[in-house]
Design a protein. Structure first.
Length: 334
């Protein structure tokens, strides 16, 4: 059989035991983030002065791998980097986080992925150039089958080719490994293939695209909550929709909508907040926590992350998250 063949969704055994150090495999992208902070975003043909410039190791895959590691998981990263200095920096950064990088392939003659990020008024605009991420094939995933089949959870995004994501999902399903998919960047997903995924974590825009814009907000709708409930209800307990500063929405098996509200913090940089949320959610579910508790922890983790600069630089550790949950204070140990 191959990755294009359909397989039935597994029934993961999460919740039957609590793992103190769950094994999570992340299949995804690695990018170098080139961050410019400015008081004014230039129009076409306009040149402006920025206030600061930074480089940070990033990419949704690598970011979520770092988040998982900081929240207490044993993490294996599968992906691709170029044979440039950025690639070496990305590799060394993950190794410094204690992440196993044996699944990372260096693509000769290719640059590593980059993300040009402009921050203005606490918000961000991002242009991603895939580079070596675009060379991440299903064949390369297959070479690391053993890592996936031994995992407690597989975490993926859509910054690498779809065929690669599907190949990894097939391996996980074959070995009954639960799968979490962060469908970003937004893309329509085949309903039959979606059956193989245990949890989806889109934002509002990504959810609509993911479902093929099948459900629209009617002008006479009584409330936005009713609208999102209809969308989430198409996949009960499997879609956790992030709403930025407003927290997250999710449903129980009977379709009842729950809103885990966001937390009031001083925002410095929203880059990486979603990746932090995904890492915290993956670890929490892999530890056997209920969906309600997992979402609560993840919303808190995301809130903490925006109080510092950088996608990975703002990610809290497990100790910092626990302290925040207990005290509500956002002070860091470093």
């Amino acid at each position: 059989m191959n990755a294009s063949q359909q397989v039935e969704a597994s029934s993961p055994s999460l919740g039957e035991h609590n793992l103190t150090e769950p094994v999570i495999v992340v299949v995804g992208s690695l990018n170098m983030d080139l961050v410019t902070v400015t008081d004014h975003v230039p129009d076409a043909g306009e040149t402006v002065l920025g206030s600061s410039f930074h480089t940070f190791c990033g990419g949704k895959g690598a970011n979520q791998a770092v988040a998982c590691a900081r929240f207490g998981a044993k993490v294996h990263m599968i992906g691709c980097i170029g044979d440039d200095s950025f690639g070496q920096d990305l590799l060394h950064n993950l190794e410094a986080e204690g992440i196993d990088c044996s699944g990372i392939t260096i693509i000769q003659g290719k640059s590593s992925g980059t993300a040009a990020i402009t921050i203005n008024d606490h918000d961000n605009r991002i242009i991603v150039v895939p580079g070596a991420n675009g060379e991440f094939t299903a064949t390369l995933v297959e070479k690391h089958r053993e890592l996936i089949q031994a995992a407690d959870l597989l975490l993926m995004q859509l910054e690498v080719p779809m065929e690669t994501v599907k190949a990894a999902a097939f391996i996980a399903q074959e070995h009954r490994v639960p799968i979490m998919l962060n469908p970003a960047p937004a893309a329509p997903l085949d309903a039959a293939w979606m059956e193989t995924i245990n949890w989806f974590t889109p934002n509002e825009h990504e959810l609509s695209i993911m479902l093929g814009n099948q459900l629209k907000l009617e002008t006479d709708s009584s409330s936005a909550m009713e609208h999102w409930g209809a969308l989430l209800g198409t996949w009960p307990e499997r879609i956790i929709m992030t709403k930025g500063a407003d927290g997250a929405l999710w449903t129980t098996a009977d379709g009842q909508v729950h809103h885990t509200k966001g937390l009031n913090v001083e925002v410095k940089d929203t880059t990486g907040a979603g990746d932090t949320f995904n890492g915290a959610l993956a670890v929490s579910l892999a530890e056997g926590r209920s969906l309600e508790e997992a979402v609560k922890r993840s919303v808190a983790a995301g809130a903490l992350s925006v109080t510092r600069f950088g996608a990975q630089g703002g990610m809290p550790t497990r100790t910092e998250l626990e302290a925040f949950l207990q005290t509500g204070k956002t002070s860091y140990s470093s």
